[in-house]
Every structure is written in structure tokens, then in C-alpha cells.
Design a protein around this ligand. Structure first.
Ligand code: AKB
Length: 316
């Protein structure tokens, strides 16, 4: 069957770069976002609507015979905390509908519809742990973390059911740490401080930090993020009961990032003014991730030092 991809949230930090990368592979792409494209790619069919428009979603599956889904449309942690009802509609109900459509049309077309779901370190909690593996105690303390965990479990269960039928859903998910882009400054997330700090250092403006200096979290660069998404979806089969995998390139505290930036931009200044809404979330997320399962199941690898990682980000 002709490969047809559906990408939701194609204007976002991950969606926009995944769309660009996938369009280079000559795949037939249907792209959905609330906003119109910042730059149109000729071969892509665009829809401007919400993923909560179930009639539209179902018609896209019906009319375009979708074989792969990359689902990036979501509210991030801080936005979700401020809008729990909307987070439930978008991050949970609409995501479930997309998974159900993938499963139903997979069975109808006798294929396993590949489904990529970007999960998050937000599923961890309530204690801050080091070297967290996928099975570590998971009791999210945020709306967003509960949203993400629910969809991880929903997709994994439907994947197992599909294996028995040899058709339906092939669910694949990566639990992302903070993502650092060099050309997009995210908002609405708890880990946004890292790209925001780097942006302020480059621009010579003071950065007001909502977290304490010792706060330590894991991160990944956008290039490795997109490469990981393409890699995990390129595998014909991922022979693993586990369907959700950790990835990380570096982990560091805010004072480590500040020391590095001052070394590169001596005039850079940071002002700490703790925000409980941010600190209470960061204090439940792991300081670092164990990525052995991703290495074993789909060859994820990262052996970059903190210095090399940060230099690669600021040099872009
Ligand atoms: C956030 O900070 O909300 C996201 C995430 C780690 O999932 N960047």
C-alpha cells in the first residue's frame, strides 16, 4: 500500500522539523495544524484545523489511507497546568481518537499503522531521581505528565492487541527530555529556560530564571531529536514489548549552563526569581535518563560531552 503520512502540529518545534525531514524522503504527507504553514512545501497537503475535529480526522484516514502518523500537536507542561480542561481535550481525548483511527484503519487495510507519539520526562515523579529507566516509579505530579502517561499506556495496550491480529497499530514513543533548538524559542514548557538562556546570551540580554541554580535536568538537541524520531520509525519492526524509550544527549544544572554561557558571552547576566509553578514541576522530573533500552531496541546512541553538546548548540 502507498505510504501516506499524517503529521499533526506541523508548526511546532518538533513537527516543523519532522515535516521538513520527511518531505525530503518523497513521502506523501498530510499535515494538520491550528495555524497555516509558515513555509509551504509543494508536495504536502495541508489542513488548518484542530485535532479535536474528529469528523475531519476520521475523513483524513478514510480518504487518504494513512499508513504512518507523527502526532506532535499538544499543550506543554505549563500551558497544560493553566488549562487542564483543554489539555484533557487535546493531549488525551484527541490523541486517543488518533490512535483509535490508526488501529481501526490498520485492521481495515490489513496493515500495522505506525504511530509516533512524543512522550516526556513529565511522566516521572513524584521524587527526583537520577539515571531514570523506563520502568522507574512513575507517578506524574502534573496535568501534562498524566496526559502523556495515559497515552503511552493506551497506545502500548492497543499495540499488544494488534500483534495478536497482525494488523492495527504499531505504537512507538520516545520520552523526550528538554529539547534545545537553535532557531526556535519554545514557550509553555518547564524546560524552556535552557533555549531561552542561550538566546539571551547570544543577544546580550539579561535572563530572568524561574528555577534555582542547582536545578538539574536532561536535554537533547533538536537535530538528535529529529534523527531519533526518523530512526525509531524507520525500523520495519521494533521487537520489544516496551514501546516507550528514553533518549538524552546531556544533563546539566542551570549554574553549569550559566558558567558555560558566561565563558562564551562574558557580559551574559542571569537574575534568579523562583516561580513555584516551575520549580515544583522541575523537582519531580529526573536529573538524567538511562537510554540503554533505546540503544538495544533501535540503535540510539549519544556519546557527546557536555562541552561538545553546548558548543554544538550555540555554534548554529
Ligand atoms: C516541557 O518542559 O513541558 C517539555 C517537556 C520536557 O516535555 N519541554
Amino acid at each position: 500500500m502507498k505510504e501516506r503520512i499524517l503529521i499533526t502540529g506541523y508548526n511546532g518545534e518538533l513537527g516543523s522539523k519532522a515535516l521538513k525531514e520527511l518531505s525530503k524522503k518523497g513521502k506523501s504527507i498530510i499535515a494538520l495544524d491550528l495555524n497555516k504553514p509558515k513555509e509551504e512545501i509543494n508536495s504536502v497537503i495541508y489542513f488548518r484545523d484542530s485535532i479535536t475535529n474528529y469528523e475531519l480526522i476520521n475523513s483524513i484516514f478514510e480518504n487518504y489511507h494513512i499508513t504512518e502518523v507523527y502526532h506532535f500537536a499538544a499543550l506543554l507542561s505549563q500551558t497544560a497546568s493553566q488549562n487542564p480542561k483543554l489539555a484533557h481535550e487535546v493531549n488525551e481525548k484527541a490523541s486517543k481518537n488518533l490512535i483509535d483511527c490508526s488501529y481501526t484503519f490498520g485492521i481495515k487495510n490489513n496493515i500495522m499503522t505506525k504511530f509516533f507519539f512524543p512522550s516526556s520526562i513529565a511522566v516521572y515523579g513524584p521524587r527526583k531521581i537520577e539515571n531514570a529507566s523506563e520502568q522507574d516509579i512513575i507517578k506524574p505530579s502534573t496535568v501534562y505528565g498524566n496526559n502523556k502517561l495515559l497515552i503511552e499506556q493506551y497506545g502500548s495496550k492497543l499495540h499488544e492487541k494488534s500483534l495478536l491480529k497482525n494488523s492495527g497499530l504499531d505504537f512507538r514513543s520516545i520520552r523526550f527530555p528538554g529539547v534545545i533548538s537553535y532557531d526556535t524559542i519554545p514557550s509553555g514548557g518547564t524546560t524552556d529556560y535552557a533555549p531561552q538562556m542561550i538566546d539571551c546570551a547570544k543577544k546580550g540580554t539579561i535572563f530572568e530564571c524561574k528555577l534555582t541554580p542547582k536545578t538539574k535536568l536532561p536535554f537533547i538537541g533538536i537535530d538528535k531529536t529529529i534523527a531519533s524520531i526518523i530512526d525509531i520509525m524507520n525500523f520495519k519492526v521494533i521487537d520489544s514489548k516496551l514501546r516507550v524509550f528514553n533518549v538524552e544527549e546531556a544533563n546539566f544544572s542551570i549554574e553549569q549552563l550559566n558558567d558555560f554561557l558566561v565563558g562564551q558571552f562574558p557580559s551574559f547576566k542571569i537574575k534568579f526569581s523562583e516561580d513555584k509553578n516551575f520549580q515544583s514541576v522541575a523537582d519531580t522530573w529526573p536529573t538524567s535518563l538511562n537510554c540503554e533500552k533505546a540503544k538495544k531496541s533501535w540503535n540510539f546512541s549519544s556519546n557527546i560531552s557536555l562541552e561538545e553538546f553546548l558548543n554544538s548548540i550555540i555554534s548554529k
